[in-house]
Write a protein that binds this ligand. Structure first.
Ligand code: ADP
Length: 399
């Protein structure tokens, strides 16, 4: 099992005490909810969440709730006025408001400049290129300017087109033939065109950067995506790769995050190509779906680590306790509205399965409703067990 620098992380959560920190989170989805759930007794933290809908996952458990828009500068300012440190759990928010608050001396983690780069997949790719971070070949253009000459820069007949802004969870990503990129492009406006990486192994690493610059890198995670929705559906850690390769991936992940010059919790998604090249796909500047297994699988979960970063506590131990897998519980195509998870209590009674539902009142096709984590003593037994659990997790209409 991959372990990194465990001896560095000597501070048990109970050994650290500090003054009360008021954390403001922009966004009240499941990532905010699980961040709040990660609060531990010796870390005095209080939460205020800003979100449009009071029916969001984080609302029932936050200390304070501000109903407002994630894009409204006044609502963000209101959140900042009531808290000591401001962060976000979703990228599509008003970054200019955060830049202004940072200039006034407010602590924003990660730095708003990071969000400015990451909100735009084009700027993000340019950032990778400027810093010699290996990434798939790309071009930036307007959909009107896609032509044969541009497409001929890319080998093969398949191409990936991504909207520069506003995409998430595979929305805003299209894997197309070059002919379709020319004639049936689903997007309109500024896009990123990227070489298609065939048969890539998709890997993620979670990188934690503390306010004092200390860092922790989690073991590599192997991810599997739904080919229709491009949404992650299954992942596990440690990844089935050689130790040296894992260390190389961890180093690339850490170095590219360090180039952002900001504290924060980041997920770096990478492709391991058929030729064993490592190409960074994108960085998420927040807790990420690829780290959900760390709640039960790691000594310090990504969410607790995030809280430690926000509050200035020492970083926790990122190593795995046991191999862990995560299965997303996603709204099926044929059910909308009220729903329930069939077999939920039978599954959770088994002891090695942990179900997290996100308190979403209604299902829609492809909506993330929750996830299940499975742990096992060996990777082999984990993968077998996870396969069985996958088939048992069924979202059905509530009678
Ligand atoms: P999002 O920001 O919506 O998560 P991504 O850029 O991560 O979008 O793309 C979603 C998924 O689409 C990836 O995890 C991968 O499965 C597939 N994909 C994206 N870019 C490429 C590429 N260049 N080659 C092959 N598959 C890709």
């Amino acid at each position: 099992m991959a372990k990194i620098a465990t001896t560095k992380f000597r501070v048990a959560s109970s050994a650290y005490l500090c003054a009360m920190i008021r954390v403001g989170i922009i966004g009240g989805g499941q990532l905010g909810m699980m961040t709040i759930e990660a609060k531990y007794p010796s870390l005095p933290v209080e939460f205020t969440v800003l979100e449009q809908s009071p029916d969001c996952p984080a609302a029932p458990i936050t200390n304070q709730f501000i109903q407002g828009s994630l894009n409204n500068a006044n609502d963000i300012r209101n959140l900042a006025n009531q808290t000591d440190v401001v962060t976000w759990e979703i990228e599509h928010i008003n970054v200019d408001a955060l830049v202004a608050l940072e200039k006034e001396g407010k602590t924003i983690i990660p730095k708003p400049a990071v969000l400015h780069i990451i909100q735009d997949k084009g700027l993000q790719k340019q950032f990778f290129a400027q810093h010699n971070i290996p990434t798939a070949p790309f071009a930036l253009c307007n959909t009107q300017d896609i032509n044969d000459a541009l497409l001929s820069q890319f080998t093969g007949d398949t191409i990936v087109v991504k909207t520069r802004k506003g995409g998430y969870d595979g929305k805003g990503v299209a894997i197309l033939s070059k002919a379709d990129a020319l004639n049936n492009n689903p997007f309109n406006g500024d896009v990123l065109i990227e070489a298609f990486v065939p048969n890539a192994l998709e890997i993620a690493v979670i990188v934690a950067i503390a306010q004092d610059g200390d860092y922790a890198v989690y073991p590599a995670i192997e991810m599997y995506f739904n080919p229709q929705s491009n949404l992650v559906e299954f992942l596990f850690s440690p990844a089935r790769i050689a130790k040296e390769l894992e260390e190389k991936i961890q180093t690339i992940g850490r170095q590219c995050v360090q180039k952002l010059h900001s504290p924060g919790l980041f997920a770096v998604e990478l492709f391991l190509t058929e030729n064993q090249e490592i190409w960074v796909n994108e960085i998420a500047p927040r807790p990420h779906n690829s780290g959900h297994h760390t709640i039960e699988g790691s000594h310090c979960s990504q969410f607790e680590q995030f809280l430690r970063i926000l509050s200035g506590a020492p970083l926790g131990d990122p190593s795995l306790i046991q191999p862990a897998a995560m299965i997303n519980i996603v709204g099926p195509q044929n059910v909308s509205g009220n729903y329930q998870l069939a077999n939920e209590s039978e599954l959770t009674q088994q002891g090695d399965i942990f179900i997290h539902m996100y308190r979403k009142s209604e299902t829609r096709p492809n909506r993330k409703l929750g996830h299940a984590t499975v742990i096992a003593p060996t990777l082999e037994s984990l993968l077998q067990r996870a396969e069985t659990v996958k088939n048992q997790l069924q979202v059905v209409a509530k009678p």
